[in-house]
Design a binder for this molecule. Structure first.
Ligand code: FES
Length: 105
């Protein structure tokens, strides 16, 4: 089992456990465990509603560009550590990662 630490959109803290590839991506884990109102495009990387901020000290950020970056830069809130949760796989690379759900505009 792996773990991610999550602050939801109303500021509540959660500890979520998951098995490798239990869901297709991090967005689906968040929706299934927290029932948050994110994931409008079902993980196609188009809507921006699964916008999260990754606590930088918790895990190395992979460099990304292209579509994900374009979607994120159009969000009202955009941070250097912004990511789309639907573009993050559930595997050992995100174990103990700390994130905050920002959501879409
Ligand atoms: S679910 Fe739409 S961008 Fe992630």
């Amino acid at each position: 089992m792996y773990t991610v630490y999550v602050i939801d959109t109303i500021g509540d803290a959660h500890v979520l456990e998951f098995k490798k590839f239990e869901y297709r991506n991090l967005m689906e884990l968040l929706v299934n465990k927290l029932h948050d109102e994110i994931g409008d495009c079902k993980g196609r990387g188009l809507c921006g509603t699964c916008h999260i901020r990754v606590h930088l000290s918790s895990t190395p950020m992979r460099f990304f560009e292209g579509l994900e970056n374009n979607i994120l830069k159009n969000q009202l809130e955009y941070y250097p550590n912004s990511r789309l949760a639907c573009q993050i796989l559930l595997d050992e690379h995100i174990d103990t990662m700390q994130i905050e759900i920002i959501g879409g505009d």
